[in-house]
Design a protein around this ligand. Structure first.
Ligand code: PDD
Length: 289
């Protein structure tokens, strides 16, 4: 059975979906995307993802193609239709591009219809060995543009940085711009510094992650001291714990940074606590009718 996608108003097998080569997403990377996990067949933090999508479309002046209600229907239907293929835990990818037009860097003069694509892939739980051992990361100079709060489909910088990490046997590149740690190539960053959980403040140099916000909320609920503050590379090097967070990777404990052990080289105490709260939050969503 083939996975089902949604393209411009129609549900269809993903291998039958076709777009024009003149789509500005294909030609220019002119579009916005979201990645939303579903647990127990339920979309995680959907309102927050749809709000970020709306903010991003407005930021790049792409017309919002659907109402919130229609987005909810389409996304839930994608989850439902893909349950026979991917099961209850899915990662939903959606992208909206400016649409099809003759190639010109400027926006088309006549209003065009945005291209809308949604697909599902299976979401796999973190391997047990990751919780036991953690992962390796490297630090890199942030080579991306200065509008990283926009979830743009133009990801060449992120791709090159992630590949550099893979080439050095690490899973992620942690980015540094002008003496400040910003985020990962496809994740946000937390560090435990002087007994406190710290993440860089929101701004144009990093994506306002949905997972990041939830972790700050959970820290507050469970009285784990946390704050948003600048992190320098030397603070990062001395941090007791480092985590990377995203919708697909949840909370990844980094236990090796640039070849050196982080803390005692094992996932830390606060990571274990936070991961329990995060898993409990997911479980709550699964069992809520
Ligand atoms: N990426 N920062 C960047 C650059 C990202 O690409 C992502 C997520 C995050 C974390 O955001 P969130 O918690 O909302 O997933 C931070 C997705 C998962 C991706 O590109 O596949």
């Amino acid at each position: 059975m083939a996975a089902i996608c949604y393209l411009n108003g129609t549900f269809m097998p993903v291998d039958e979906a076709r777009i024009s080569p003149l789509d500005r997403g294909f030609i220019f990377g002119d579009g916005i995307y979201e990645v939303i996990p579903a647990y127990g067949g339920k979309l995680f933090r959907l309102d927050e993802h749809l709000q970020r999508l709306a903010d991003n479309l407005a930021a790049v002046k792409i017309r919002q193609p659907l109402t919130t209600e229609r987005w909810q229907q389409v996304l839930n239907e994608i989850v439902m239709r893909n349950q026979p293929v991917h099961g209850d835990e899915q990662s939903i990818y959606l992208q909206v591009t400016r649409g099809v037009a003759a190639r010109d860097h400027g926006f088309p003069e006549q209003s065009i219809t945005p291209t809308l694509f949604v697909m599902s892939t299976p979401l796999t739980a973190l391997p047990e060995v990751t919780a036991k051992e953690g992962v390796a990361a490297i630090t890199c100079e942030d080579i991306r543009w200065k509008q990283c709060h926009i979830k743009s489909i133009s990801l060449l910088g992120n791709i090159l940085l992630r590949q550099q990490a893979y080439d050095e046997n690490a899973v992620e590149a942690i980015l540094i711009r002008e003496g400040e740690v910003t985020e990962g190539a496809a994740s946000n960053l937390f560090a435990v510094i002087d007994g406190r959980l710290v993440t860089p403040p929101k701004g144009p140099l990093l994506l306002p992650g949905i997972t990041r916000d939830l972790i700050l909320e959970l820290a507050q609920q469970h009285a784990i001291p946390a704050c948003e503050a600048l992190i320098t590379p030397s603070q990062l090097r001395d941090a007791k714990e480092i985590w990377l967070t995203s919708s697909t990777k949840e909370i990844l404990p980094v236990t090796t940074l640039d070849g050196h052990a982080v803390g005692d080289g094992k996932p830390g105490k606060i990571w274990h606590q936070m991961n329990q709260h995060y898993q409990a939050y997911k479980q709550q969503l699964r069992v809520t009718p």
